[in-house]
Structures are given as C-alpha cells and as structure tokens.
Design a protein. Structure first.
Lengths: 141, 141
DNA sequence: ATATATTACTACCTTTTTGTAGTATTTATA
DNA sequence: TATAAATACTACAAAAAGGTAGTAATATAT
C-alpha cells in the first residue's frame, strides 16, 4: 500500500500544513518542525508543487502554500500520486499477479482488504484532518 | 502495508503451493510456474523454511512442503514476518510518527484504515484460499 | 545596489532491496 | 560408487530509494 518513505513524508508535510494556520511554510521551517532531512524535504516540496498540491513562491519570504482547497485533497490521492505503480502487469493493488492464474489467487481477498482501506483514505480529506485537530485542541482545554 | 516485492513473492509462492496438490515443490518447478527469478526464489524458499512456514528436503527428489497446517498460516502472518517494521519509533502501521504530535495527526485515521485491512488479511488462511480455489474450479465446469 | 533568504535544478553519494554466481552439501537412483 | 537433482551458504552485482552538495535563480529588505 504505502511502499515509500517519501509518501510518508508527503502525508506528514501536508497533514502538518493543513492543521496549522501559517500564511506560508518555508522548507527550513518544515524541516525544523518535522525532522525530515533538509535537502530531501526541499526536493519533495518541489515535487508536491509539480503535482499540484502546493504552490511555491521563490525569493525572500517565499515558501509553500496549498494550491487547492483542503477539501479537494484526500489521503488516497496523495498516496496514489506519489507511489508509482507500474500499473500494467500488476493488480490494481500493486501486487504483481502470478502468471499461472490471472487474476491470481490472492486477487479477490486482496482487493477486498485494499478497498476497505482505500475507502477510508479517500473519504478523508485534509480539511477533515484539520477539523479533527482543532476539535482535539479544544477538548484538551 | 506491503513494501517489498519479496513479500509479494512469498504470498505468491505460498498461495500457489496451498492451492495445488503436489507432494513436494522444488525451487525449479516453482520458478517455472511463477516466473520469480530462479536464484532469488531459492533464497526466499530457504527463508520461508527458516521462518517455519515450509520445511525443506535436500538431495534428489527434494524440495519444499508446508511445515504446518494451512489453517495456521494467515496472510497477515506472512506479511508481518517478511516486512521488517522498525517497530520502535513508528506507528504500528509502519508510518513514522512526526515529532510535533505524538501520536501524529494521521494516526487515528491510519489505524482505522489499516486495521480494516489487517482484519481481513488475518482472517484469511491459506486453507481458505485453497477452498476458494477449488470452488472456483468447480464453478467453471 | 547589495546582502539575505528563499526555491529550482542537476549531479552525485549511500543504503536498501532485488537479483546473480560459484561452490559445497545432501540424497536417491542407476 | 558415480551421477544427477536437489537445497544451503556466502559473496558479489545491479537497481531503486533515500539523502547530500553545489550552484543558479528569484525576490525582498536594507
């Protein structure tokens, strides 16, 4: 499902940004807050911009902000954008079908398990996370 | 969830073996059937033996058979044996928590999504796959 | 204008995962 | 006992993922 650390990083970054109220997030700031390797984080932020999640501003006081509404970004979208499935020759799940049986023996059970997961992830947007985060803050008072 | 191709291979191998009725499976035979790289497959089979899923017989006519009942091997067991979670410092899900929030913002939603998946996988044994496979064969007649 | 704080690009290095090679060992069979 | 068909072990090679470095470009502030 989530194969890459990069995807984890991306979720962490977007989740963090979604729940705070800064006008702008610089790579340096995010690095300090999230402890993701500085240079790698930078590259990832640029990637997230290229994929349309963020938009960047160069120069002093520059940084990153969301390129679209938080409602429009669900967790499955983030994951499926960053994980590169070699879509052909594999099950949708990223589980390569064996040659003998197509679909393979695992296919059905795997699809069932995976779809449950995807259902939850795709129904959760960054806006939901933000709301939840703020509710949690209130509860703590 | 499933990060490694190795895990996919393992599931493919065990699933295949569970649904056929051979007395013994040699690496060479499995290689031809499943198209997994010969040498890598061999090593993996040895690993699966060390992990107690299979037992091996050396020498001519040797090969691999299950070391325990198919009922005792569920899919989550296979996955969690082969994927090496660096259990400490990470969520149970293998998703490293960010430093700022512990548990991280994603924690709850992720646990929910993941537990649905694990529930299905851990409730499915190789015996179930075998049964399903045979039912499917009958239906085709 | 110049210095400073930021992102962008490209190339490289390191670690992990995946895959290969060679040789030794085991065991049935002719 | 020799041969053939298997697994076991160890080391290495290749590919992918993760991480670093240097430099260029951009924009603000002084």
């Amino acid at each position: 499902m989530i194969r890459n650390k990069t995807t984890e990083y991306a979720l962490t970054i977007l989740g963090f940004m979604a729940t705070r109220n800064e006008d702008m997030y610089s790579a340096e700031y995010l690095h300090k807050q999230l402890n993701i390797p500085r240079r790698y984080l930078r590259r990832l932020l640029t990637d997230l911009s290229k994929h349309g999640f963020l938009k960047s501003t160069s120069g002093r006081n520059g940084g990153f902000v969301f390129a679209k509404d938080l409602e429009e970004i669900n967790l499955d979208l983030v994951i499926s954008t960053l994980e590169r499935y070699d879509a052909i020759n594999t099950c949708i799940l990223g589980f390569s079908c064996c040659i003998v049986d197509k679909p393979c023996i695992m296919h059905d059970i795997w699809m069932e398990a995976r779809s449950k997961m995807v259902e939850i992830l795709s129904n959760t947007t960054l806006a939901d996370l933000k709301e939840k985060y703020q509710m949690d803050l209130i509860k703590k008072l």
